[in-house]
Design a protein. Sequence first.
Length: 148
Amino acid sequence: MRPRVSWRLAAAFVLLTVLVACSSNGSKAVTTGGPSTSSEVDFGVSMAKRGLWAEALFRFQQADMDRPNDPEILNNMAVAYEAVGQFEEALETYKRALQAGPSNSDLKRNYSAFIAFYQSYRPDAETDASPTEESEAVESSSESEGAK
């Protein structure tokens, strides 16, 4: 018998991870983009805090179009995908984020928590690597690209 994860518990966990990520990054996460990107991210964070995850996801997607390799935006977008139950998209977005920001500790923490949830949600699902192996692979590929 496999354990069932309550959707309310999962949603509360996701909200907590977004709030931690948002509070630790503050406005720093949005200062490098233009005014529209900053507005989209700020509004997305506001919507996430209110539990309006579909709107938050839309805003993060809009910001991602302006800055496609920003690890903070990708992290927020992955968490929003989790919150709306699009776990495959969350996994792919976390992987993109890890490629863009392999040293981002908030991202690594959120990814690790997601993988723990995802493996209990879909124990038959195969992720490419554990969070540690994934970040090590990203770091080694970044180093080898720099040596070219």
